[in-house]
Write a new protein. Structure first.
Length: 195
């Protein structure tokens, strides 16, 4: 049996085998990417993550399709603490591929743009890649994570998740978001800074 690849019908590559070409269609597999975030209107980290994810998918999309992967992207605005708990949402923004966070650890730093949404200090995700920290994931980090997931032989679904406890940062964000917006300079927190 020959491993000959023929580009034209009834062609010969010199290996002694001639035959019709059959177009081999790979078995289709599903790759689900969940992009979860607290805000896309104001948060620069969420906006940058969305942009870099779209660019990464544009670059690898055709390749993955050709090797049998159908990609579904779910953009999920996390709007409540209950939804965060249901999703086991650790930090904003989060990217999961087939249910697994692409970052093994959660690291955060102050996000001034999210702070303007609720008038409080808010921490958002810091992405670690190649020994450096980024406030938005580099496109190369995203491409690397996607390709690792596609070609990994490990069964990540079998990994146990630790019991979910809503992070204080997420709870505080939604608590502050529910509170009446007091932008006047007469509220207790701001009286020393204005008027």
């Amino acid at each position: 049996m020959s491993n000959c690849q023929i580009n034209q019908p009834k062609a010969s590559c010199g290996c002694g085998s001639e035959g019709e070409i059959t177009d081999v269609q790979p078995t289709r597999k599903e790759l689900t990417i969940d992009f979860m975030y607290l805000d896309l209107a104001v948060c620069t980290r969420c906006q940058g993550t969305e942009q870099n994810l779209n660019e990464a998918l544009h670059e690898v999309g055709h390749l993955l399709s050709n090797v049998g992967f159908d990609i579904t992207v779910n953009n999920i605005l996390v709007e409540s603490e209950a939804q965060a708990e249901q999703l086991q949402f650790e930090s904003s923004p989060t990217i999961r591929i087939n249910g697994q966070d692409i970052q093994l650890t959660t690291k955060e730093s102050n996000c001034a743009s999210c702070g303007t949404i609720v008038g409080e200090h808010v921490d958002c995700r810091v992405w670690e890649y190649d020994g450096k920290e980024y406030t938005t994931p580099p496109k190369s980090l995203l491409i690397d994570a996607i390709l690792k997931k596609v070609y990994s032989t490990e069964n990540h679904q079998a990994q146990k998740r630790k019991p979910y406890v809503p992070p204080e940062n997420i709870k505080n964000f939604f608590k502050a978001k529910k509170a009446p917006n007091q932008e006047d300079c007469c509220n207790e927190k701001r009286s020393a800074q204005c008027c």
